[in-house]
Design a protein around this ligand. Structure first.
Ligand code: IFM
Length: 429
């Protein structure tokens, strides 16, 4: 490989975060409810971003990033069913204004895992009629923010939320029930379609999508049961969401129902990509449909124990090409204490994005997860995903070498040859 890699002039090079993971002081959501019961690590003040967002946005601008994906916290805005906190909305408006002052394009997520406690007490995502509550929230918040936002992400990783909350039982409400997994996934997708309609009604020009976590599933051996388990995992985790949006077919355990409103209810694919899973058939793994994931056995793994498999990002992008919609990488990142490893992780994944662009895949942007170190759901503050280091006592921010390195890519829209040589050799086997 000779020469540098060039990206389109208008390509979005940004970062991503979510409310509960960085804001601090979120005390009205289900996550907090379970943190108090010691079922989850405590997020506490997190990165104190609710107070420090101005500095954070200033830092993003200095570093040269031109986009920022963040989420609005439903429970902060609507802590009780009949209550609408306009001061919270004002803070989000102020964030958006600051982003615009620095010419940073905002990508706003409306639902990123957390829910108001009152919503959960009414049955949360298990009940179809509760989708209306979310729709009411979307209606209001879109009205308030529409002057400042062009790109909207309705729901973050619906299949992850449904699986972790109702399949593996690691996230609230900690249930393990395959029937509920599909039911919740269905409701989240219906909620997405409702939100899509509301946002497009506000302005047809708005770009609306959801953030889909794509994972590559590969059979451990060339053996039909491993292959079947990998295909089933791919089907239930990746394809259900793709088919819902493309064909309006929704998951059900025994039947596939058609839902017209969901079909085509998206303007772009939001792709969250981190890893691949090597799948072995295991008759005891009923909740994961007999798929056992042999994680962390690849050549290189992250501090989360996830295999690093950059080529998988290219595979996802090529797979999505046939749907002829723009794509934004809404998340891609690594938890590591080795910042040189982070730099090469970025180079290797952007190389795959570049390869896809060369094949005319319409990729519009890349959001590194995450701008700063933050609260990582069941793992607390240990994993370090950030381009910027956070001291959780003083809340001081310290950009890592990778933050400047990524900024240079963002400003020049290119990756220098030097880094390609250094980082890609591992990739070119
Ligand atoms: O931190 C999460 C994020 O909230 C959703 N996508 C994956 C990230 C890393 O686990």
């Amino acid at each position: 490989m000779a020469g540098s890699l060039e990206f389109p002039e208008n390509f979005l090079f940004g970062t991503a975060t979510s409310s509960h993971q960085i804001e601090g002081g979120n005390v009205y959501n289900d996550w907090y409810y379970w943190e108090l019961k010691n079922k989850l690590p405590k997020a506490g003040m997190a990165c104190n971003s609710w107070r420090l967002y101005g500095k954070d946005i200033g830092l993003m601008a200095k570093l040269g990033y031109n986009a920022y994906r963040f989420s609005v916290e439903w429970s902060r805005i609507q802590p009780e069913i009949g209550e609408w906190r306009s001061e919270a909305v004002k803070t989000y408006v102020d964030m958006l204004k600051k982003l615009h002052e620095h010419s940073i394009e905002p990508l706003v997520t409306l639902h990123h895992f957390t829910n108001p406690i009152w919503f959960i007490k009414r049955g949360g995502w298990e009940r179809e009629e509760n989708i209306d509550y979310f729709a009411q929230f979307v209606e209001k918040i879109v009205e308030e923010l529409k002057e400042y936002v062009r790109i909207w992400i309705t729901v973050n990783e619906p299949a992850v939320l449904a699986y972790m909350g109702w399949g593996s039982g690691e996230y609230p409400p900690f249930k393990r029930d395959a029937f509920l997994y599909f039911k919740v996934l269905k409701h989240l997708l219906m909620a997405h379609a409702e939100a899509y309609k509301i946002i497009k009604n506000a302005d047809k020009k708005f770009q609306v999508g959801l953030a889909k976590h794509f994972t590559i599933f590969q059979p451990a051996k060339n053996y039909f049961l491993d292959k079947l388990a990998a295909d089933t995992a791919n089907g239930s985790f990746n394809l259900t969401v793709v088919e819902a949006l493309e064909k309006g077919v929704l998951p059900g355990v025994f039947i596939k129902k058609k839902y017209k409103e969901i079909r085509g209810a998206y303007d772009f694919w939001g792709v969250n990509y981190y890893t691949r899973h090597i799948i072995r058939f295991n008759p005891l793994k009923i909740m994961s449909l007999f798929a056992e994931s042999l994680d962390g056995r690849g050549d290189e793994v992250t501090d989360m124990g996830w295999d690093i498999y950059p080529q998988g990002l290219y595979e996802v992008l090529i797979f999505l090409k046939k749907y002829k919609k723009p794509i934004i990488i809404t998340e891609n990142g690594i938890a590591t204490r080795d910042d040189d490893q982070r730099i090469c992780f970025i180079v290797r994944h952007l190389y795959e994005v570049w390869r896809a662009l060369k094949e005319n895949v319409d990729v519009r942007g890349y959001m590194y997860w995450s701008f700063i170190d933050n609260y990582e759901w069941t793992s607390g503050f240990k994993p370090r995903f950030g381009l910027v280091e956070v001291d959780y006592v003083s809340f001081e921010r310290k950009p890592r070498k990778s933050a400047f390195f990524y900024g240079k890519i963002a400003m020049n829209k290119q990756i220098e040859e030097d880094y390609l040589r250094r980082c890609l050799k591992i990739n070119q086997k």
